[in-house]
Design a protein around this ligand. Structure first.
Ligand code: ATP
Ligand SMILES: Nc1nc2c(ncn2[C@@H]2O[C@H](COP(=O)(O)O)[C@@H](O)[C@H]2O)c(=O)[nH]1
Length: 196
């Protein structure tokens, strides 16, 4: 596929993917475009339909899946999530670096496609810190928090498997993690900036 290489950001819920991605996009205007996923979960306060996610229902999403509209889908913590072909095409059409925020199932599915992204795992320093971040974020019920922590344990193990990710960033100190992320993406960033 032509254009800049997409970037897949994965890692446990609460590890800091959105925090790092939003900063990257803010600091590099006109370089990155977010692949807006579909989800059947309810919006959190402040989240916008069409910007953070396409919020939808299981029925509508299933119809899209049956029609071949998604490159990958996954069930995560009781909800469906998925990347539509249109979400990627929207970013690609603008010649921007497409950022996908997907779970480990999504990583595996994307590896079966010809997207050829850079695979980056964002990991928390420990389970204890991850739990604190998720609690402090105040977006989860106790039940959904426990489900996310359960999935996080598996994710943290899988991210150590050789060959799954190009890079694993431990998001302990935010500034250091951000510098590391920028460094990895520097070559692609420069390519896009040189063309604009
Ligand atoms: N290095 C850090 N130090 C302290 N707090 C952090 C750090 N990185 C992120 N956080 C905080 O941790 C919480 C979780 O971060 P964030 O929402 O970015 O995670 P996420 O990986 O995108 O989660 P999800 O997959 O559920 O969307 C947020 O409240 C964020 O402000
Ligand atoms: N496989 C996919 N996973 C996705 C997608 N969009 C988001 N996600 C992942 O879901 C969890 C939970 O996200 P949250 O916003 O409810 O906290 C997180 O790990 C995301 O990376 C997707 O399109 N496909």
């Amino acid at each position: 596929m032509s254009g800049p290489r997409p970037v897949v950001l994965s890692g446990p819920s609460g590890a800091g993917k959105s925090t790092l991605m939003k900063r990257l996009m803010k600091d590099h205007e006109g370089v990155f475009g977010f692949s807006v996923s579909h989800t059947t979960r309810n919006p959190r306060p402040g989240e916008e339909d069409g910007k953070d996610y396409h919020f939808t229902t299981r029925e509508v999403m299933q119809e899209g899946i049956d029609n071949g509209e998604f490159i990958e889908t996954a069930e995560f913590s009781g909800n469906f999530y998925g990347t539509s072909k249109a979400a990627i095409e929207d970013v690609r059409a603008k010649n921007l670096i497409c950022i996908l925020d997907v779970d480990i199932q999504g990583v595996r599915r994307i590896k079966e496609t010809d997207l050829n992204p850079i695979y980056i795992s964002i990991q928390p320093p420990s389970m204890e810190i991850l739990e604190k971040r998720l609690r402090d974020r105040q977006t989860e019920t106790e039940e959904s928090l426990q489900k996310r922590l359960e999935v996080a344990r598996i994710d943290m193990e899988l991210s150590k498997e050789p060959g799954v990710f190009d890079v694993v960033i431990i998001n302990d100190d935010l500034e250091r993690a951000y510098e590391e992320l920028k460094e990895i993406l520097n070559e692609e960033i420069q390519k896009v900036q040189a063309k604009s």
